[in-house]
Design a protein around this ligand. Sequence first.
Ligand SMILES: [Cu+2]
Length: 122
Amino acid sequence: MIRPTNPTARFLAAAVALVTLTLGLSLVAHAKEKDDDANRVTIKKTAYNPATIKIKKGETVTWVNEDDKDHTVYSDDEKDKGFHSDNLGNGDTYSHKFEKAGKFPYHCKYHPRMHGVVMVSE
Ligand SMILES: [Cu+2]
């Protein structure tokens, strides 16, 4: 291993090491952040946001109720019992994994005008 004897060279070597480490850590942090925020639908002002979310087969969507009213996430297809949330109060979340490709419209049981769609691609 080369050990720089000159103080400036030592300082530079330490600075380069620090910058490399910081960049590496921020990349890791950023990747994790993206993963956590992926496929998230926020419920605010009696609306799903985004109203249409596009995902890939096998991915999970998480709804977060940030509204002061209670809401639900209910498949428009009454037979699709797996895609029905319980009551979601403020701060509650609901997650559903989509195993098949297709278009999955849903609504809120309490507010019939609240609509959303999950588009699942292969
Ligand atoms: Cu609602």
